[in-house]
Design a protein around this ligand. Sequence first.
Ligand code: LLP
Length: 451
Amino acid sequence: MHYFEYKNDQLYCESVPLRHIAEQVGTPVFVYSRSTLERHFKVFEEPFASVDHLICFSMKACSNIAILHVFSELGGGVDIVSGGELFRALKAGVDPSRVVYSGVGKTASEMDEALAAGILMFNVESEEELDLLDKRAQLLGTTARMAFRVNPDVDPRTHPYISTGMRRNKFGIQFDRATDLYLRAKEMVGIDPVGVDCHIGSQLTELSPFMDAVAKLRGLVEDLRKHDIDIRYLDIGGGLGIPYDEEDPPLPADYGAAILDGVSDLNLKLILEPGRLLTGNAGVMITKVLYLKQGPEKLFVIVDAAMNDLIRPSLYQAYHSVWKVQRKAGESDAGDRIVADIVGPICESGDFLAQARELEQVQSGDLLVLMSAGAYGFSMSSNYNSRPRAAEVLVDNERFYVIRQRETYDDLIRGERLPEGARPHRNRKGVHDVFRGLYRGSDSVQKRPGG
Ligand code: LLP
């Protein structure tokens, strides 16, 4: 459920017409609904109310500090995978004692940062990582609370790129080596093994893989307790899918009940790491139609957003519904419809946002909305083709806030420089003369065409 809906054929986010945002902030722009974010968090958390638990938003899904702040206000923590994510989380005011740190390639300096912050737990993914963590903790005169991320070898039945809990994947430690590794960890001065963790994949649309993984984890916890290893945290990871198109993923209530059924008697603190479920359908991307082009085989709707803004269709053949910001009265029924590929300006045939999509007639200047773009949308965007990244907006009832400014051309080259001694080629006109001439009143290169 989300708060993007038509009122008199105009698409609103909560009480704000998306057209207003596009007019004031430009396109492409990501728009998030605060009420939807809060609702998703609460609906996800509810089934766990009867047990000690912590919801750690997997912030790779949507890492804007304003979004992290929304969840942190609701008592949530975060699942991080880099020093950069720790930095963002701290900037957003997330309590470090609610941070868990996953990922197969943590560096020494990233470990140091997380140790200094005093995070709740490292989810360690290899024996060599454990050795380094022990060393860094000792050097800093502290101990690292940790869990092993175990690879339970269950098939999540999702896209191969986002399936992580099978033997062939790079993630986690081999399940049948886990007890031995915990026994090693227990002897280390800098290490305090306190938890067991897994994350088997993303966009799961069935419960059974979660239940299989939880059953395996339960067996491990019991075994470790027999070896006097006091496991206090059980981190189930994230992965619950959302409807993008026709999928019918389990409801959070059923997911929660299934997890609790497997572990509620273990007297552990449960950690959950939802990403997509919290933000996916709480965010959309607005883009403007630039041109229509009829090719010999296909109709192309060329828009001002591209694969650098939303890479999911190109990378995972992902489906995002396309809605019009202003639909014609009654047009949703039938009549004037087209089938088109919605493509961006990037110089690759893989640059598409939707393929062979049936939609209402569109024309140059129309605003389209890519739905369900709140997870792995902006956070996976890039500057490919030297395209400044989009703006992000948070809607709160009848108000909206720009929570990330559109990047400028200056942002594109921040940190770049010519090699020492190189003499800059002199343009007949300086770059700033060109852009100042186009955008009167702007001191620096603030805007971009169409933006
Ligand atoms: N925990 C860990 C350790 C993870 O690696 C992930 C996601 C999550 C939690 C959250 O999973 P979620 O609840 O969002 O399914 N870019 C891809 C998804 C990559 C997921 C990576 N790991 C996409 O756009 O579909």
